[in-house]
Design a protein around this ligand. Sequence first.
Ligand code: 9MR
Length: 448
Amino acid sequence: MRPSLSTLLTGIAALAALLVTAPTAHAADPPLRDLAAAKGKAIGTAVTGSKLTGTYGDIAAGEFNWLTPGNAMKWGSVEPTRGNFNWTEADQIVAFAEAHDQDVRGHTLVWHSQNPSWLTNGTWTPAQLGTLMNDHIALEVGRYKGRLAAWDVVNEPFNEDGTYRQTVWYNGLGADYIAQALTAARAADPAARLYINDYNVEGVNAKSTALYNLVRDLKARGVPIDGVGLQAHLILGQVPSTLQQNIQRFADLGVDVAITELDIRMQLPSTAAKLAQQRTEYDAVVKACVAVTRCTGVTVWGFTDSDSWIPDTFPGQGAATPYDENYAPKPAYYGIVTALGGTVTEPPVPAGCSAAYSVPNQWNTGFTGNVTISCAAGSSLSSWRVTWTFGAGQQVGQAWNATCTQTGAAVSCANASWNGGVPSGGSVSFGFNGTWTGSNPLPTVTLG
Ligand code: 9MR
């Protein structure tokens, strides 16, 4: 599901046009979809059909070039009682996407959840189940034949330990239900890219290895499988370090990879420091996709905190998406921008404020770092972020009075909730434990 040449050219033309027009105040400068297209990637969001008007509709259309119906295409939505179909929301989303030059990822055909009760409460022979599954796929995929770029054909087939999840499909048809479903989907729409989609498969682990082995075996058998969806429902501070390596190993099997349901949740209330860390993590996740040729793009699971599943499912957690509940872009939005090669104009730091880095203590493999942010009389800050690039072998560890993250050699430290303010003529400091090998030079720090 690579963006077409015309999409790419449109993106490049839009970028060129923006060079000669005055920048707008809005975040979209240029919008994410143009940045993504210029990189040969897609950027998507899950959407709720009834909300696709006003600001929600403007952002969904203006910023994204993939849409995934969050719920509208699930079996329980489209066939709530047997033989009675409701395609209203699914049709609406597809029409909206076509009107805005967007691709749709169909989601999802064969799953254990959000199935109609007539299906889950029924008693079926294996033959009946196979017919139900194949007919459902033929009908739904056939309805949108030629119009959808991709389908999540099978959703969440694995347990955490890499064994198959015991579902109505697995229990009735055995593991081969996956191959049967893919084959039925290919027959119904030969042009759609066919995916298996799962969660907790972002890093290299038992579950992602089971998925890897499955895809390898399906490919070897000639079963139509085009892609793997890594959902990426992540927790702040827990982005797997093996994400890019994992994307690459799937790509090396000869399939596309998409990040299909990205969100990064945190314990509420959100703070400037948590949101700054979330920005770094959105940047890192999107960068991991950008770095792998066969990673086709990233979809966020709802672009606004007002349209996110997190608060209902994880009470006390939230703030997981790139826009706040009032549709204002959050730091996470700018993390996506930078990962897609865009530039972010930070609010200017007053000339009188600066940051200084020192190493008060160092031993054979460790050290303590200290950073002091100072403002001369007449200058002040209400929040701050200090960034620097380490040399080989230098690694930031536990920090105090700031939240620090390191991605590769790039370190970013944001104020804690209690010390964002630096008064005129005053200073604040934070510290951290670090490790080093080889040498431990003082980096050049930037206050932003
Ligand atoms: O976003 C969906 C939410 O509105 C539903 O209540 C929920 C029910 O399970 O499903 C959510 O989407 C899920 C997606 O379809 C598959 N991966 C996990 C997502 C979050 O639960």
